[in-house]
Design a protein around this ligand. Structure first.
Ligand SMILES: Cc1cc2nc3c(=O)[nH]c(=O)nc-3n(C[C@H](O)[C@H](O)[C@H](O)COP(=O)(O)OP(=O)(O)OC[C@H]3O[C@@H](n4cnc5c(N)ncnc54)[C@H](O)[C@@H]3O)c2cc1C
Ligand code: SF4
Ligand code: SF4
Length: 534
């Protein structure tokens, strides 16, 4: 007797043309019998926003720029920002790494697509709903939430302590990495979509949470992490010692402080590296970055550290500040002590020093980039504990059901894409809360997605990554953007490296009902049916 598993064999009748499929998932969504599943490509799984990277790269490789751009924009309207300064977790997961050690340039390709865009478009706003939402903090997290909530029809007021929206995109990240015109262009959805922006309002001073609670149906707190951390050593309040956010903000406001010839930046993260490169552009002759971490442990993006070194920034790894040296009343240098370990026996960050091994470093200006913490001014004490603001990790709802949180405000500094993703998740929770729906529904498991699978890499050939052109070091004057972007030919060639890892597949019995085949926008799916049935 022949042993046929009818269920398995029936699922074999779904044919996918791999050349055409861009893993959009439409077929999976419309399958009446819940037969199809979408293997989510590793890049898409790693993107906190769940962006269909495979899809836009495939479309780009086919020269279909508009459709590729649409794929980016249907997730978030900030492709130009993310295409420049995203931390690119997608690339760390890319299957290409297994073939030739270099991921597809997923982020740079997103930038290419969004750079093709003439005018930023705005999605239509659903019919206006009566519920009002207040968002405090107009950084990446608050902006993403405002975008979605307004798109779904809610009335949104966005408050910020600054006169303009953007958060650290506007006030900290330097223009040589993220030009002002890109931020302004992508934030221009605020007014035409009908979001009210109210600047110069500080929660805890000009705004009271209990008054907001009375006026609005829900509140999102997305105030970032702007509280200053202190070293606790004498001299750190000197005029020549700048907290990094103050320093970067003054530069972005075109009110740069004089930096002198020798600048020392303390810290090993992105803010420290950006500040060091900024100081160089302001005319400092010698810029030293002092990091507790060893080079490979530095939290800054490795590509930013390399770029800073190319620009002549000297990095001293494994040292921490012991004391500031003063000349008269002004800082003239720092004594550094050797850092021998970063964590205690329980794995907590608690640097250990060899107090006797020291070096002296001269400095006219010192920039402290040693981390920021969220500020809880204006918040009821029931909303936070010793570890910061309290919230449900899935819904981002606080112990007060009307109040939600997102971004760096939860637990301290993260990344832009994580902030945007949390803004989007908080918006979804707020929508459900306001409509009386279950906040958890469908959010805990992968539902129609298959996450554990091995992409078929058997036919992949080695092909090196095409690096994006950038300004040569002598050309990096002022705050001109360093990364220049791909030409169309380069972008298409880089997109062709993608191995198209994700794909829909049949799970159990197919009943030939056909919506998958009919709805596939790419005509990539074909259901094989017995002749007489079709
Ligand atoms: C120099 C620097 C470079 C960085 N580079 C990168 C990078 O390349 N890639 C990356 O992914 N991440 C980077 N980051 C981190 C990234 O910018 C943050 O993770 C991200 O901006 C967090 O978004 P957010 O919306 O939570 O907070 P924020 O961007 O900090 O926005 C918070 C907003 O709340 C407002 N606010 C604060 N307090 C109040 C109050 N009391 N009342 C009213 N409004 C208030 C602020 O004015 C601000 O607009 C960098 C950070 C720094 C400092
Ligand atoms: S090869 Fe393509 S689909 Fe696969 S993980 Fe990399 S970018 Fe994504
Ligand atoms: S087969 Fe068609 S509908 Fe299904 S994921 Fe591929 S492109 Fe999308």
């Amino acid at each position: 007797m022949i042993d046929i598993n009818l269920l398995t064999s029936l699922s074999d009748n779904i044919r996918i043309d791999q050349e055409k499929c861009n893993a959009c998932g439409r077929c999976v969504e419309v399958c009446v019998l819940d037969n199809l599943r979408l293997q989510l490509s590793p890049c898409r799984q790693a993107c906190p926003l769940g962006m269909n990277c495979q899809g836009y790269i495939r479309l780009l490789s086919q020269g279909r720029m508009d459709k590729g751009l649409e794929t980016v924009k249907e997730v978030i309207p900030f492709g130009g920002i993310l295409g420049r300064v995203c931390s690119r977790p997608c690339e760390a997961a890319c299957s290409r790494l297994k073939i030739d050690g270099q991921p597809v340039a997923i982020r740079d390709l997103k930038r290419f697509l969004t750079d093709q865009d003439g005018q930023p478009g705005y999605p239509s706003v659903a019919q206006e709903l009566p519920q009002k939402v207040a968002i405090v903090g107009a950084g990446p997290a608050g902006l993403a939430a405002a975008f979605y909530l307004r798109k779904w029809g809610f009335r949104v007021t966005l408050y910020d302590k600054e006169s303009l929206p953007g958060g650290l995109l506007c006030w900290a990240i330097p223009e040589f990495r993220l030009p002002k015109k890109i931020v302004e262009g992508e934030l221009s959805f605020i007014q035409p979509m009908g979001i009210e922006f109210v600047g110069n309002r500080i929660l805890g001073k000009d705004l009271e949470l209990n008054l907001l609670e009375r006026e609005f149906n829900a509140i999102l707190l997305a105030m970032g992490a702007h509280g200053r951390m202190k070293l606790g050593i004498p001299g750190e309040d000197d005029d020549a010692v700048f907290p990094v956010l103050d320093f970067m903000k003054r530069v972005r406001q075109k009110k740069s402080p004089p930096v002198g010839k020798r600048v020392v930046v303390i810290g090993g993260g992105n803010a420290a590296v950006d500040a060091a490169q900024t100081a160089r552009r302001l005319g400092a002759e010698k810029v030293q970055l002092v990091s507790l971490e060893k080079r490979h442990e530095m939290p800054a993006f490795s590509w930013s550290v390399t770029e800073a070194e190319e620009e002549g920034i000297h990095i001293q790894n494994g040292w921490g500040p012991k004391a500031f040296r003063l000349k008269g009343k002004r800082v003239s240098g720092i004594t550094l002590k050797k850092c021998t370990a970063l964590y205690d026996s329980q794995g907590r960050f608690s640097p250990i020093y060899d107090e006797k091994t020291r070096i002296e470093v001269a400095a006219d200006t010192v920039i402290l980039a040693i981390g920021q913490r969220p500020e809880t001014d204006g918040l009821d004490s029931s909303l936070y504990g010793p570890m910061g603001v309290l919230c449900d990790p899935v819904t981002l709802q606080t112990p007060n059901p009307k109040i939600f949180v997102a971004g760096d405000f939860i637990g301290g500094p993260k990344t832009i894409v994580e902030g945007m993703s949390q803004g989007k998740e908080a918006a979804l929770s707020i929508e459900r809360f306001l409509l009386g729906e279950d906040l958890y529904y469908g959010r805990k498991n992968g539902s129609i997605y298959e996450l554990q699978f091995e992409p078929d890499l058997s036919r992949a050939k080695t092909r090196s990554r095409l690096s994006m052109p950038s300004l040569k070091v002598p050309q990096r004057k002022g705050f001109k953007e360093v990364a220049l972007g791909y030409s169309k030919e380069e972008a298409v060639a880089e997109a062709e490296r993608c191995l198209n890892c994700g794909m829909p597949f049949g799970l159990r019995s197919c009943w030939f009902c056909l919506p998958c085949e009919i709805e596939c926008p790419e005509k990539a799916l074909y259901v094989e049916i017995p002749y007489l049935l079709r």
